[in-house]
Design a protein around this ligand. Sequence first.
Ligand SMILES: *Cc1c(COP(=O)(O)O)cnc(C)c1O
Length: 422
Amino acid sequence: MNLQFLRHSDAEIAKFVEQEVVRQEDGLEMIASENIASPEVLEALGTPLTDKYSEGYPGRRYYSGNIFIDRIELLAIERAKKLFAYDGHNAAHANVQSHSGSDANLAAYLALMNPGDTFLGMRLTAGGHLTHGHKVSATGRIFRAVQYGVRRSDERIDYDEVRYLAHTHKPKVIICGATAYPRIIDFASFAAIAREVQAVLVADLSHIAGLVVAGVHPHAFPYADVITTTTHKTLRGPRGAMILCKAQYAQAIDKSVMPGLQGGPLDHVIAAKAVAFGQAMQPAFRDYARQIVQNAQALARVFASAGLRLVTGGTDNHLVLVDVTPLGISGKIAEQALEQVGIFVNKNTVPFDTRKPMDPSGIRVGTPALTSRGMKEDALERVAEFIVRVLKHLHDAAVLESVSSEVRALAKRYPARPWFHL
Ligand SMILES: *Cc1c(COP(=O)(O)O)cnc(C)c1O
């Protein structure tokens, strides 16, 4: 992984790749959906498997020459089913071919509904994902999406509202899971509501899959009929996704992914997914997931004692959502100021936000990547103090300067990829 060929023949791209690696190394990555893949995952990604075409599934390919690709995909599938085991039972079925979380969600919907059918999903501004039925997403255009949110009083999912909307609109599918929600999701309550209206329950675990398989967040099986998840967030694998489901949906899900939505799978990515699933089954991964949550709670404690307003008052998972408007600033301003000192977060809407999505009231701050660098609560407390200082002294160049050098020093003590040499 030393870019020897690229440097020689395409210096322009090589230079930017190097600069990006250095940016990641010198900064503190706190975007809640990002992580640091292992050297084994990167090795698998950088293999000639990318050259193979293998449309179809193991044992049923359209092209020849897939004997080893079949073994790799079967391993990925078996590991995925074991990784998502619950009460001692492996998951019944796994499809590891989805290219992204958005593709996986669309594939699940197309397997379970016809165009024009109604489904119930979480509103983007309440913490849901675009693919949970936002009107600019294909999911909101192909299907009739009804959206639930959170309660005004405590900013938590309002299960009474979900039940009311389910009984009123009779959706074919209910999807739960979120992209900016700092609390435990109650899959049992969602399942009870889905049963009452005979809807299929899809749990999108994209953000929290690593926490779920480590037992740090309650499992979505056996409550959910279908699980979709990205593989690159807390799960710490390659960029991609997968779908797990109960046996009765297996055929429909597979047909929906291929030939429904995709052609050839990304075999190098599937190999890397298998590697990541193997790593996530190790005891060390359980410690990692537990530390992610402890680190987020350390962040939340420092933020709260500095007087910042946290959505829901704290966190149960890997992220903290901060409403920065009481400080007289917006989420966009906060994001930009933090970027200047090498701390990367994203601006984010808060529930009932009155500001625009491109300049919302909050920031989302996550701990998966810093935890992968080996940071524990003491380091996260320091990082939280950096963030507070920046947000409270936005226009003080001396403060920004000093935080910036402290960020670099801390980043040096916790290398992101000690094994990666440019
Ligand atoms: C990230 C995310 C997705 C989409 O994943 P992509 O790989 O970016 O398409 C879908 N659902 C949720 C809840 C997510 O957090």
